[in-house]
Write a protein of this length. Structure first.
Length: 344
């Protein structure tokens, strides 16, 4: 009899545990600004939810929704802020119109490669600044992937001088778009899904989208034959997971740790993944007749000068000014190590 009572008690405890677990399990709906078919960008966005569910023992999961399935991609930031959606797979640069400093947490023109950028973010003050900024918008932002250097853009005709760019209508993203505007380009921040049709129809003359592997997958080579490097505007791109801060604050400490650690793992994975797949894409593009071009030193100097003019204007915003100061000071100090430690 005692044994049967013990078994019944154990079963009751187990049932109670399952009930409590079910009651506390959180399934977050996540909108995305990037299609799930995109290499790295889409792959990791689709995978992180399952990883969180596995590591948390089912206490938390994240359901990936394609762009537009929950809200239009341009509305993702506001939707997370007000709680219309739980989370978003996002690049802070898309919030540049709301927060001038936001693009500094996606990519910086003439900026660093991934290790240096992440060093500033995690250990040089960047994360603390971004945490303060996003808190004002009721958002928790966590870096969850990085991308390798992007290409600088696709052009139908070779660009031999800054004069050749004047009057061109071009899809461009982030802070780099502001630089191109200063050089006489009409820059448009189109969603990726709208860029290829716009180039095909001739409503834009040129476009930058991403790394070679993604550009090749999108078929950019079918609409322009001159592919420019280096990607001065995005040497590294940080991809973030946005979570409504009320939801984040409602998570227990363990589940918050699960989200952070899954994202840190994805950052490491994406660095290696991004470096591994570019050369095959470049080989394929060359075989299809694409001309790989490199910017002349004179054009790059003009771009960098335009960027520094833009920094001066953007620094009128207090959040941008303190972000730029933190970032610049770290890079100046880091240069001691960069010059001594690395073969350049």
């Amino acid at each position: 009899m005692k044994k049967r009572v013990s078994l019944l008690a154990a079963a009751s405890v187990a049932a109670l545990s399952l009930t409590v677990g079910a009651a506390t399990a959180q399934k977050l709906e996540m909108t995305s600004v990037y299609p799930g078919t995109f290499p790295i960008l889409g792959d990791i966005g689709r995978e992180i939810g399952g990883r969180m569910e596995l590591v948390s023992g089912g206490e938390i999961s994240l359901h990936f929704n394609e762009p537009g399935a929950l809200v239009p991609a341009p509305e993702a930031w506001d939707a997370v802020s007000i709680g219309a959606v739980d989370a978003a797979w996002y690049s802070p640069g898309f919030a540049q119109g709301i927060i001038p400093a936001a693009a500094m947490f996606t990519s910086v023109p003439f900026g660093p490669e991934a290790p240096e950028y992440l060093a500033w973010y995690y250990h040089g003050g960047g994360e603390e600044i971004w945490e303060e900024i996003t808190a004002k918008h009721n958002i928790k932002s966590i870096i969850c992937a990085t991308l390798p250097p992007e290409a600088s853009g696709w052009f139908r005709e070779p660009i031999e001088s800054v004069e050749d760019m004047k009057g061109i209508t071009m899809r461009f993203f982030g802070l780099g778009a502001r630089v191109m505007e200063r050089l006489g380009v009409s820059a448009q921040t189109l969603p990726v899904g709208d860029t290829v049709p716009a180039l095909e129809l001739g409503t834009i003359d040129a476009a930058e989208i991403s790394m070679p592997a993604l550009d090749y997958a999108l078929g950019m080579q079918n609409y322009a034959g001159n592919y420019y490097f280096p990607g001065w505007h995005q040497q590294t791109s940080l991809i973030t997971l946005l979570i409504n801060r009320d939801i984040w604050n409602g998570m227990n400490e363990r589940n918050q740790a699960v989200v952070k650690e899954v994202c840190r793992s994805a950052v490491a994975q994406s660095i290696a993944w991004g470096e591994a797949i570019q050369f095959e894409a470049l080989q394929a593009l060359t075989e299809q007749g694409v001309t790989i071009q490199k910017w002349s030193p004179e054009i790059l100097e003009a771009m960098e000068a335009a960027w520094m003019e833009e920094v001066e204007d953007l620094s009128a915003d207090a959040d941008f000014a303190r972000t730029w100061e933190s970032y610049s000071t770290f890079r100046e100090n880091y240069q001691i190590w960069r010059d001594l430690g690395y073969l350049r």
